[in-house]
Design a protein around this ligand. Structure first.
Ligand SMILES: Cc1cc2nc3c(=O)[nH]c(=O)nc-3n(C[C@H](O)[C@H](O)[C@H](O)COP(=O)(O)O)c2cc1C
Length: 214
């Protein structure tokens, strides 16, 4: 696929075929993802590929409470939502309850000893901390899409990092960046909803609009 097409069509997949993903394909995707940049080229990513059904169920169980907390915080009581929004949240809840059925869960960790958190003293939560791992995650998702695979990332399992560490035998010193679920989609989404360039890009000073080329 053309790179622009891949970037525009890597959706957060919700519906998967109950079909394994060959290790050969996963290896190929990881072999592209590894060309991601990282601070000082330290490449602190460590990936645990989980296919075992019991482990996926355990991961899924760990996900439910953080998911429910997130939904409650973001949306409040479902009965207060307009019907279309409520239907979407219910669909998301159904997805959440079934993530164990997705054939591959990829737990992506980062070796914290190689991460330079340059905004550690900024007096707000760090955003730079993720800079040496999320390019890898995105590369993985793009390369997977290029193979026709669907993926969906969650960062909610970091609320259960200790449990995840124990479950997957991860030594101390590694932080859980994300879990990416991977499988063959029942339907490939090709149209994503995103804001136009003019909504987020300014020229010279924040607030000065950029013009779209004629
Ligand atoms: C950092 C991050 C965390 C996310 N966490 C979750 C999650 O916990 N559960 C989930 O179902 N989707 C999660 N997503 C997927 C987003 O909901 C999805 O990317 C967004 O709604 C856009 O979806 P689309 O690409 O299909 O348009 C996450 C995405 C990102 C980038």
């Amino acid at each position: 696929m053309d790179i622009s097409e891949v970037m525009r069509q890597t959706a957060a997949t919700r519906h998967y075929e109950p079909k394994d993903v060959d290790n050969e394909v996963l290896y190929r995707v990881l072999d592209s993802a590894r060309f991601a940049p990282s601070g000082g080229n330290r490449q602190g990513w460590r990936v645990v590929v989980v296919k075992n059904a019991d482990t996926r169920k355990a991961i899924s169980d760990l996900y439910q409470e953080p998911w429910n907390d997130y939904v409650a915080k973001r949306y409040g009581p479902l009965e207060n939502l307009p019907p279309d929004r409520r239907a979407k949240v219910i669909e998301s809840n159904t997805f959440a309850a079934q993530i164990f059925t997705i054939p591959v869960h990829l737990a992506i960790w980062i070796d914290m000893s190689v991460v330079e958190v340059t905004d550690i003293n900024a007096g707000r939560p760090s955003v730079v901390g993720g800079g040496s791992i999320f390019p890898f995650v995105q590369n993985f998702q793009l390369a997977a899409r290029n193979e026709g695979l669907g993926t969906r990332i969650t960062t909610l399992l970091s609320h259960r990092e200790k449990e995840m560490q124990k479950l997957l035998g991860v030594p101390d010193g590694y932080a859980l960046a994300a879990v990416v679920m991977v499988g063959w989609p029942t339907k490939l989404v090709t149209k994503l909803t995103r804001n136009p360039v003019e909504d987020f890009t300014f020229v010279e000073k924040f607030g000065n609009p950029i013009e779209a080329p004629k």
